[in-house]
Design a protein. Structure first.
Length: 221
């Protein structure tokens, strides 16, 4: 049983002008879709591959999908580290903080990330210092798109998201339920199955959670 992983691709530069929002508004949804598809193809250098949408989806849904594709490809790259600094959050090196200061800073970061619609999961195997160090050194420095997130969407930082052998061992040991462990053993019978243990820390239940319900006003968060 393998978990799917999301991949990122940087947009290539194009000299063709993008469709103007005011022009899109004067077209039918079908015309907008074709214009957005052309723009998406230009931004990907002709390398775009997209599975077909459900034929039952209304044109407005397909138009929203293609608009998101174009918005994503046109957005500049940044990091969560940079976004936090832009929001006024200081990010001192882990070694410069004592334990009390580090824990307070960790929760400040967690809460601020949630306001940016970025949520952290699978942290109960890490101490506060280990988690802060991992975020400061690795996770927050990974490139992401500088996009305004809709109120019913989110990015997730999974502490075991690399799906390496070590990460899968920790997931099976601390987080996987019995059904998941049983299915994994069935799919990969030669892989060692660690005995289940309760995680050494109790943080995940306190972390902010993403709410995917539809926003009432239709405006992004």
């Amino acid at each position: 049983m393998a978990k799917p992983r999301a991949t990122k691709s940087k947009a290539t530069k194009s000299k063709v002008a993008k469709p103007k929002a005011k022009n899109l508004g004067k077209r039918t949804p079908e015309e907008n879709i074709e214009a957005l598809k052309r723009r998406a193809k230009e931004l990907s250098g002709g390398q775009m591959q997209v599975a077909s949408l459900d034929d039952d989806d209304p044109a407005e849904t397909e138009e929203a999908f293609w608009k998101h594709v174009v918005d994503y490809e046109e957005a500049p790259w940044t990091t969560n580290f940079q976004q936090l600094e832009n929001a006024g959050v200081s990010l001192p090196a882990p070694d410069s903080l004592n334990n009390e200061e580090l824990t307070a800073k960790l929760w400040e970061i967690i809460q601020k990330l949630a306001l940016l619609r970025v949520f952290i999961t699978q942290t109960d195997h890490l101490s506060d210092r280990e988690l802060y160090t991992h975020l400061w050194t690795h996770s927050l420095r990974e490139e992401t798109k500088a996009m305004q997130m809709a109120a019913n969407s989110a990015w997730h930082i999974e502490m075991l998201g690399s799906y390496s052998e070590e990460d899968m061992h920790l997931y099976l040991k601390y987080y996987a339920d019995e059904d998941w462990r049983r299915q994994w053993h069935k799919d990969w019978p030669k892989d060692p199955m660690p005995a289940h243990e309760d995680p050494p820390y109790d943080r995940d239940r306190l972390l902010p959670k993403a709410d995917y319900s539809e926003p009432t006003d239709g405006e992004p968060n």
